[in-house]
Design a protein around this ligand. Structure first.
Ligand SMILES: [Mg+2]
Length: 168
């Protein structure tokens, strides 16, 4: 058992809007192919490549949804992406599109002292200050909301965990 929690694995907090559900791109999205899916009556462009990438990351990390979608992420995304249902954080109505600071208390509490990575398109200075202040290894992985979770992010997250949480 390592210092990284009960499973001995690091945690990965996963945003949805701007990571899996993309926006702000040209259509068709040549950099991140996918399809529109109706989610609660709203069309969302879901990047098809994110399913296999999340499954790969699930071999190294314990994934948790960190999104304003909360439990609704499990209602829609596993079937679309071919991924397992995941634990999810809740935010007591604090969710604000285009920002991420409201996620900090929930992520901090859930992560405890585990090594934690977080992938999101909306980090602000308070997120980086939080990462700096943690005593456990912490990695923030920003995405372009038009492209989302890319191959390079997966490789960086895999090597961060494999290299003892050293940033190169
Ligand atoms: Mg987002």
């Amino acid at each position: 058992m390592g210092a990284s929690g009960e499973s001995g694995r690091p945690l990965l907090a996963v945003d949805v809007d701007g990571v899996i559900s993309l926006f702000g791109h040209d259509r068709p999205n040549e950099e991140a192919p996918g399809d529109f899916h109706l989610v609660d009556g709203m069309p969302h462009f879901i990047s098809a490549a994110t399913g296999p990438r999340l499954n790969r990351l699930g071999q190294t990390y314990d994934l948790v949804w960190a999104t304003g979608w909360e439990d609704r992420a499990n209602d829609h995304l596993p079937a679309i992406l071919g991924i397992p249902t995941l634990p999810y954080l809740t935010f007591d109505g604090e969710a604000r599109f285009g920002t991420a600071h409201w996620k900090l208390p929930a992520i901090d509490s859930y992560a405890g002292d585990r090594p934690t990575a977080w992938i999101d398109d909306s980090f602000d200075s308070s997120c980086y200050e939080w990462a700096e202040s943690r005593r456990s290894p912490t990695l923030l992985v920003p995405t372009d909301p038009a492209i989302g979770l890319e191959e390079g992010h997966v490789a960086a997250l895999e090597s961060w965990a494999a290299d003892g949480y050293a940033v190169r």
